[in-house]
Structures are given as structure tokens and as C-alpha cells.
Design a protein. Structure first.
Length: 362
């Protein structure tokens, strides 16, 4: 009797996951079209759909026939579409890294922002923006500096947490290590701002720290797209190993996994992916914390082979809706997207802290 019930429960969970994939994919496509229509200059969603269809499948034939104003085409195709697509990439990438890090450290409150990776990338990018390096140029310089800062932060947090936890990664030691590294990297950024001489550069760093998708352009999409797509494939393929790691280090090692090497490699990949996104958008916090938990609730599973791609789909939609609110809630004045995600993520973070009782002995 009990095996039948268990089998029925498993089939229902599998059916829910199978339906959730196309549902979230459709929701993401709908969100892309609809959020493009939102802004200081509202454009009907059906007109946005027509412009996209014309450009993607008809070579701009209807535009040449005057089906809609050229100004609307410019807004949709050259301004809002790159921004929305970058929002999808950023939301997907941050959500992927959040889900991976929660599995790596067995901690449901882990994400790139909480563990200091984002603040490390911020310090590196601030260095490149305020004190340009003698090699590379423009966005590549900022991306490289952000990667270095993210890697430094992530491995500092990792080794501090292991040392504080007596060789094991405990939730409290990991959280405290991330808090300490966040404080140090924020101090580094503030010190760089203090040393800077150019008001324009200082203003750029301040705006960058609050997060925005406004700088997204077609020219800046290639590298983040390659990073996110590669990360999605790699992390999903390695999802079974992440599942094994969630059983505990001892069990994973007994099954033949090189736990330390695997965890180091995954931290490195997460840091590179986060830095490639944050170097363009600035600090956008808590996306990697909130989205994987929502996906686990919707799917009814913690299997990373399902959670990771679902998190990418939902994370992309989540962030472009946050951006739509940010650029439309106050008329022509754009609210930094980092404020929107913090308003959602910080209470969620506190809820998880209370629910998991992380104020105790860990």
C-alpha cells in the first residue's frame, strides 16, 4: 500500500516538473514582450510583438511599408530589447549561481550577494572605473577587474568559513565570513571613491553600486550571453554531482567524488559568471537567494537537474519584471533595480534566517 502511494506521489511530482518547464518558458517569452512595452513611452504589447516578428522573421518588410512609426521601432529594437535580454541573462545567471552555491555549501541562505562575491566584484569594478589599469580598454577592463575581485572574495569567504568551522562549512561561520568580506570590500570601494578626483567617475561608481540595466546594448550582450549559456549547460550537467554533495562531504567522498576539487571548481565558475554580469549591471542583490527557493516550492523537488534550468527561466522573468517596475514606477525618473530586488530579497532573507534558526549554534 505504501509503495503505491509513494509511487503516485513521485509521478505527480514528475508531472508537475514536466508541466512547469513549458509554463515558465511561456511566461518568460510573454514577459519579454510585455515588459518591452513598459516605459516612459508606452507602446502597445501587440505592436511590440509585431515589430519583433517583423525583424526576426520578415527582414523588416512591414517596417519599410510604414506599419508603425520608426521611433517606436528604435525604442523597441535598439533600446528596450537589448535591455530586456540582458535582464533575462542577468536574472538567469544570478539565479543559477544562487542555486549552485546553496548546494555547494549546504546553506539555503547562500547567494553571491550574501557571501561577498558581489561586493568583491564591486570593489574590482570600482578600481577599474576610478583608477584605470594600463591594459585592456573599456568594458573588458571593468569585467576583468570585477572577476579578480569576485574570485578573491569567494575564496576568502570559503577558507575563512572552513577555518572558523573547524574544517567544515557551517551555516553560521559561512554567514559571518560573508558579512566580514562584504564589509572589507565595501570599505575598499569607499576608499577608492575617497581617492578619486573625477566627479564624473565618482558618480558612475555610486550609480553602479545601486544596480541598473540601463547600460545594456547589443554590443555588450555577447560575453554575458556566452557566460550564462555555458554556465547553464555546465551546471545542469553537473547537477547530479551537486545532488551527491548535498548528502554531505563524507558521503560524497565515499562515492568517489573529489569534494575539495569539485567545490573549488564550482566556486571559480560561479565567480566568473557573477563578475561577467555585475561588471555591466552593478550590484543587484538577493536574486540568487529568492529565485531558487521559489522554484523548489513550485516544482516540489530539490533535484538540481531540474532546479537549475527552472531557476534560469524564472530568474530571467523575475528580473525583467523588477526592471519594468524600476523604470516605470516614477515616470521619467528611473529607480535603480538593486533597490527593487533588495525590497523583495531582504525580508525573504530574514524569513529564512528565522525559519532555519541560524542564530544559534549552527
Amino acid at each position: 500500500m505504501f509503495p503505491v502511494k509513494a509511487g503516485a506521489k513521485t509521478r505527480r511530482r514528475s508531472l508537475r516538473q514536466a508541466l512547469l518547464f513549458p509554463a515558465l518558458a511561456f511566461f518568460l517569452l510573454f514577459s519579454i514582450v510585455y515588459t518591452i512595452s513598459i516605459g516612459s513611452s508606452d507602446i502597445p504589447a501587440m505592436e511590440v510583438f509585431g515589430i519583433l516578428k517583423d525583424q526576426l522573421f520578415q527582414g523588416g518588410r512591414e517596417l519599410a511599408q510604414g506599419a508603425w512609426p520608426v521611433s517606436h521601432y528604435q525604442i523597441v529594437w535598439n533600446i528596450r530589447l537589448p535591455r530586456v535580454l540582458f535582464g533575462v541573462l542577468c536574472g538567469a545567471g544570478l539565479s543559477l549561481c544562487g542555486a549552485v552555491m546553496q548546494a555547494l555549501v549546504l546553506n539555503p541562505i547562500a547567494d553571491p550577494y550574501v557571501l561577498g562575491i558581489s561586493s568583491g566584484a564591486s570593489a574590482g569594478a570600482a578600481w577599474a572605473l576610478l583608477m584605470p589599469l594600463p591594459f585592456f580598454n573599456g568594458q573588458y577592463q571593468t569585467t576583468l577587474a570585477a572577476m579578480c575581485g569576485a574570485l578573491l572574495s569567494s575564496f576568502t569567504v570559503y577558507f575563512m568559513a572552513r577555518a572558523a568551522g573547524g574544517g567544515r562549512l557551517r551555516p553560521v561561520s559561512l554567514l559571518l565570513s560573508g558579512t566580514a568580506v562584504n564589509a572589507v570590500m565595501s570599505a575598499v570601494t569607499s576608499f577608492l571613491i575617497f581617492l578619486a578626483k573625477s566627479p564624473e567617475s565618482i558618480a558612475a561608481v555610486y550609480n553602479w553600486q545601486m544596480g541598473s540595466l540601463a547600460s545594456a546594448q547589443w554590443a555588450t550582450l555577447a560575453f554575458p550571453c556566452a557566460a550564462v549559456c555555458s554556465g547553464l549547460v555546465i551546471f545542469t550537467v553537473l547537477g547530479s554531482r551537486l545532488n551527491l554533495l548535498m548528502m554531505g562531504d563524507e558521503d560524497a567522498a565515499a562515492m568517489g567524488m573529489s569534494v575539495k576539487a569539485f567545490r573549488t571548481m564550482m566556486f571559480f565558475l560561479c565567480s566568473v559568471l557573477v563578475a561577467s554580469l555585475i561588471s555591466v549591471t552593478g550590484l543587484i542583490g538577493f536574486v540568487g537567494l529568492v529565485v531558487p527557493h521559489i522554484v523548489r516550492i513550485l516544482s516540489g523537488t530539490s533535484n538540481n537537474r531540474a532546479v537549475l534550468p527552472l531557476s534560469a527561466l524564472f530568474g530571467g522573468a523575475y528580473l525583467i519584471w523588477a526592471d519594468a517596475i524600476a523604470r516605470s514606477a516614477f515616470g521619467s525618473a528611473e529607480l535603480p533595480i538593486g533597490i527593487i530586488t533588495a525590497f523583495v530579497g531582504a525580508p525573504f532573507f530574514l524569513y529564512l534566517m528565522i525559519r532555519k534558526k541560524y542564530g544559534g549554534t549552527g
